[in-house]
Design a protein around this ligand. Sequence first.
Ligand code: FE
Length: 339
Amino acid sequence: MKRGKFLRWWLSGALLGVASLAAQAAEVVVYSARNEQLIKPLFDAYTKQTGVRVKFITDKEGPLLARLKAEGRNTPADLFLTVDAGNLWQAAQEGLLKPVDSKTLQANIPAHLHDPGNVWFGLSVRARTVVYNHNKVKAGELSTYEDLAGPKWKGRLCLRTSQKVYNQSLVAMMIWEHGEAKTEQIVRGWVANLATAPFPDDNRAMEAVAAGECDVTLVNTYYFGRLMEKKPNLPLSIFWPNQNLKNKSAGVHVNVSGAGVAKYTKHEREAIRLLEWLSSPTAQNLFADVNLEYPANPAVKPDARVATWGNFKHNLINVAEAGKLQTRAVMLMDRAGYK
Ligand code: FE
């Protein structure tokens, strides 16, 4: 071998060596639709415990999904983290995630809180429930989501816009439970009962209830928790609907935030390890408590502040249905005049 050729051969070998070292480097890349304030403490704890560094970028789920898609096989992403089963289902549908075969995840996350094909796993539970003005409504007057469509709530209901995935998922689950015709009737009833046009966010809906513009609304509990921490004197209380039913619509509507392994990860084992760790008791509290959510792992107790809202039975329909039926839910809400 000539010297130049040898040098080139040696150099390419050395470079390959560096590249493969990098590939084995203890580092995982996460694309996260959850914000830095929430995930940074979590990943710092993981690094401290395992020595594995976690790099992350945060953005809204839409741009992150578009980026994963555009990068294809060249993506540096190992894990995709977002809120709402509807969004996770979408990522899976677009072939951006790969199934994970893990006994740890199966043991830690209940079957209805992860994808039936194990493509993604719920990591925290968010309950979408009733919040009411306790100066105007007695808890005994409340019963179910469906009841809020009845004439006694005429002019007393506030809702967030149907554009938000949380309401799309809620209505999708109702389609699963009741079928389209009955769900459309219920949604039409809600619309007929609205006191004001739908609000852009859960907070504004609760503020309207507190201000007496309406008496009752539907929100995710962590928004209630945050608002009450800021303004503890608001006349607002939580109610857990659908508790005394025996049929499939029994229980509070829950959704998840969760994660899946990127289809083209180059660090699959590391990605799975991080996902497994996120389902473990240590991480579950870090993950759920910062945002006043419920741990997805039933062995883990919620934060003390969250626990004061009381126990409730939650709906056991697989949250993946929220994704499958989302398009139909969006069309139904449009037909029903729910803006
Ligand atoms: Fe939210």
